[in-house]
Design a protein around this ligand. Structure first.
Ligand code: PSV
Ligand code: MN
Length: 401
């Protein structure tokens, strides 16, 4: 009995270790900067105020977790001079040992985009949007980054005010031109969102629209699933299963939500959903997750920025480890035989396994801190950046007001 338990635990630890060795999740540069709601910003003394500070924070998260070696960049926020900022980013990559991750064009802030960017009725404005997309592709190529990740905020607020069909055609044209500029090792990810900032119709509202636009753009275009971009009750793992089946899943923006696009910490509301998503990925690829990139898309308004990011990466590792524990061969037999209760118990028992001791053991074996949050607290990093940055952040309060 003891041997058997020991053997099982040993097998579980091997699975968890193998899963964690291959697990990577990108952090967003904007998750370290001050952000807010549309009602206001609560400025944090330690928030990053420059691109260098964002890299410093990202590298801190990676040092503590061993799982986030790249940082996603938002072109307008991180490379305000566009391609001219590439040399600075290259220096930061070298200095902080964190790679430039996905490149996120910004097609939502410019005043030109009041009625849309790539779906704007004005050919001139669509041209401005395309030029920005082509710059972003170039930036990605120069930085050796794989993905240009597109979120299109276009839509309309009132029925009858725009032609949905004409806007589809305009988007197709721009997305195809963007796709055709991609380098050999580059991809284009198309993100969808059902509402916000537009409230009546969003031009790329769901995975079907994103998939069709990606297909028409070309083979280097895939769909990006942001877990916060679904209506209540949507079965996200089913969407994931379909995209896997169609070989059209490019990556994720992970976060959690209760009501809308809340950007809450991954797994804080529904960790079982994250487990179900990871299970679909692991079962489709039998343990590998070829070409599917994981990224965090969260900005924490109330929690400390770096702490929240370390917490998120740690949570992602734990839930991924749980998903790796599903006995997929046994589950498949039970599903085939329609032994429903046993199948569900087989699935759930992996979810309910407390993997934290195994994750801790893995961290120690890999020379990482056993408890990343504790190590962060003991390192004094947050206090240090707060004292270095607080006057700059305080100054941003008055300029914001
Ligand atoms: C939009 O809600 C979104 O999910 C897109 O991915 C943007 O790039 C990101 O959030 C900005 O925070
Ligand atoms: Mn997103």
């Amino acid at each position: 009995m003891t041997t058997n338990t020991g053997e099982l635990a040993g097998r579980d630890f091997e699975r968890v270790s193998a899963a964690l060795d291959g697990f990577r999740i990108e952090v967003p540069s904007w998750g370290f900067a001050n952000t807010g709601t549309r009602f206001g910003k609560f400025i944090q003394g330690g928030a990053a105020t420059t691109i260098e500070e964002k890299f410093a924070d990202a590298s801190q998260v990676n040092k503590l977790t061993g799982a986030s070696p790249s940082v996603a960049l938002h072109v307008l926020w991180d490379l305000p001079k566009g391609k001219a900022d590439v040399p600075e980013i290259k220096n930061l990559v070298k200095k902080y040992g964190v790679a430039a991750g996905s490149i996120n064009p910004n097609l939502f802030q410019d005043l030109d985009y009041k009625y849309g960017s790539i779906a704007n009725p004005s050919a001139e404005i669509r041209g401005i949007a395309l030029a920005h997309l082509l710059d972003s592709v170039e930036i990605g190529r120069e930085l050796g980054s794989k993905d240009v990740s597109l979120w299109i905020a276009d839509g309309s607020n009132y029925p009858g005010t725009q032609s949905v069909r004409r806007r589809i055609e305009w988007m197709e044209e721009v997305l195809k031109a963007t796709h055709d500029a991609l380098g050999e090792n580059q991809r284009m990810l198309v993100e969808y969102k059902p509402f916000e900032p537009a409230f009546y119709h969003t031009d790329i509202a769901d995975w079907g629209m994103a998939l069709e636009l990606a297909r028409r753009a070309g083979p280097k275009a895939k769909v990006l699933v942001d877990t916060g971009h679904h209506l209540q009750g949507t079965n996200i793992e089913q969407i994931v299963a379909w995209l896997l089946h169609l070989n059209a899943l490019g990556g994720f923006h992970f976060n959690d939500r209760k009501y809308a696009d809340d950007d809450l910490t991954l797994g804080s509301i529904d960790p079982y959903q994250v487990f179900r998503i990871f299970h679909e990925i692991l079962s489709a690829s039998d343990g590998e997750r070829a070409g599917i990139e994981f990224m965090i898309d969260q900005s924490h308004n109330l929690k400390g920025k770096v702490e929240a990011m370390v917490q998120t990466v740690g949570t992602a590792q734990e839930i991924f480890a749980k998903a790796a524990l599903v006995d997929r061969a046994k589950l498949s037999e039970l599903q085939q035989a329609c032994r429903l209760v046993e199948a569900e118990e087989c699935f759930r028992s992996a979810f309910w396994t407390d993997v934290r001791p195994m994750v801790k053991e893995w961290r120690i074996a890999r020379g990482l801190p056993a408890d990343p949050l504790k190590a962060l607290a003991e390192s004094g990093y947050v206090e240090k950046i707060t004292s270095e940055r607080k006057s700059k952040n305080a100054a941003s309060v008055s300029s914001y007001a």
